[in-house]
Design a protein around this ligand. Sequence first.
Ligand code: IVH
Length: 703
Amino acid sequence: MPKAKQAVDSLTEAQARDELEKLAQEIAGHDKRYHAEDAPTISDAEYDALRRRNLAIEQRFPELVREDSPSRRVGAPVSEKFEKVRHKVPMLSLDNAFSDEDVVDFVARIRRYLKLDADAPVAMTAEPKIDGLSLSLRYEKGRLVSAATRGDGQEGENVTANARAVTDIPNVLDGEPPEVIEVRGEVYMTHADFFALNKRQEEAGKQTYVNPRNTAAGSLRQLDSSVTAARPLKFFAYAWGEVSDMPSDTQTGMVAALERYGFRVNDLMKRCESAEALLAQYRMIEEKRATLPYDIDGVVYKVDDLALQQRLGFVSRSPRWAIAHKFPAEKATTILNGIDIQVGRTGALTPVARLEPVTVGGVVVTNATLHNAEEIERLGVMIGDTVTVQRAGDVIPQILGVIEEKRPADAQAFEFPSVCPCELKTPVVREGIGSGVEGVVRRCSGEFACPFQRVEHLRHFVSRRAFDIDGLGDKQIEFFFNDPDLPVKAPGDIFTLARRDADNLKKLKDKEGWGATSAANLFDAIEARRSIALERVIYALGIRHVGEQTAKTLARAYGSWQEFHDAVLAVANGDAQAREEMDALDDIGDAVIDSLAHYFGEAHNRELVEALAGEIDVQEAERPTMDSPVAGKTIVFTGALERMSRDEAKAMAERLGAKVAGSVSKKTDLVVAGPGAGSKLKKAADLGVEVIDEDAWFERVGA
Ligand code: IVH
């Protein structure tokens, strides 16, 4: 007989605190046995009684509610959608290596960048690349306070309630963790758990899942955290974000610390001293792959010394100090049923292979890209052929070749169309790539008149790295593009949707596929994006050659929408000085400038841009405001540098808020010259620009 429980009303504060702690542990144990192991040890009624008691005590002593309380863990209030959270330290992605040679190059590149001798050892780690989804967990004073998905690396989704429901993620850290630590790693599902879950789903007549990774992702992004709790998710810790006090100065030391704090870490991580040793560990892990209980898709190499990691920094979104060596792609054979032509945002016509569905590495593949007409010719592929397809990671599947022996008698050759498949049937043009040579890309000449291109432009406009409007994806864009009552034909129309809907007799909420909540949510999400960063706006316009990085450069250089707008219009009108100024920006050359000039030279585009600008509030771009002695200065490095490579020098100056230029001009503030500097030095002297040597540079920036 269990001992009768003391009445909640008569508990002292100390007794209540003790009992809440015990209940938290006890209920967590039952949750684990029930949800993760499918082996409960008490009845549902007994379990409910424990939770009720926990709640009753908490209601009497609200100040004693624990961070890891069961009342917070499961069945937390259902939120409509996840809040966005900005990562203090961005969550980076990794560059890929596909061959041994790529790995050797990677190590050599690191040595060169750090100006180390070719045979100087650089310790690195090799560890499995887990095929799950990354998560950042923030702990303050050892307690989990928030959890966020990677999102676009800058901004993720707040999934704290769900992370608390993952038994592998400690709510309270062990050992002596720093005051603040963001632990990063991968959420995944084991094969056994995946199969068991699918079996349960099937038996219950519910949806089954494609692979463990998608299941893990879907499980973590459940709006109801009790669903997450019922999914057996696991977590490997392998990285970190903000840390108030670093417990170690190496990658291996940090991972060991994470283990002490109570995280599961991967035991296949090894410290290696050479590219050969990395490759040996790669082979070892590759051999083990089939017997591992979870999916991996490669091996990650990282520089072990954190001070060197710091020096190496990153390029755009990937660190220079790490790389993912991917396993070879998986292959299968199937039949090519047909070839469709897809028209992209820039009007490029891409042939897409329609395949007899086939499973490649656990995923059903029905389409593959054929790139262009030359690729079809190179493969010699005909409709009806049996082809080999390959899928690698998230990339679009590709056709590798044709099995000619299996060609049926009625196989048909494919003829590349000479007009766009859109209703305008605009002629297809091939651009020159210089010296009279035609490029391989065929484009519809209709530009914005071509409905395919317009839809693609709109899709790009709302995509994740552009306006990123929740609930406005590919499907909805297509819906609004064709909707007679609430048409969206250009970006600005998105921001007038709510107003137009209010004036319409026929409301969005009454339309097929919509309801009061989804319509209201969409209008809210659009409203939330009315105020937006300049770089996103520039990128969202979808101008050829203006990718995210270029958009960022332009935004930083011009600062405000007005200045950017004036500058591009001036360039479009042939203003030589405006062009020269733009040309002086890092990584911006003729292709970008011509493309901007072409875009803003078209009246139609200008109208579209004005209509949009009238609807939105473009935030000013962040200018480097660091209080470094070189912030805002334009610097030229010349001659041989001895303590760092040219790349490192440039990256360092940029980190400190300076701009690095390739040539000396009136705008140059400082020239850093090493031995052998020539004409640039002379020009600096002529213009009276300050010149210092490498040592003085280090002194000035205090490094
Ligand atoms: S390190 C700065 N280590 O791969 C680098 N990533 O393509 C931070 N991943 O978003 C990542 N296993 O989701 C690292 N052992 C591992 C990993 C790993 C899987 C994922 C992670 C990341 C993606 C990068």
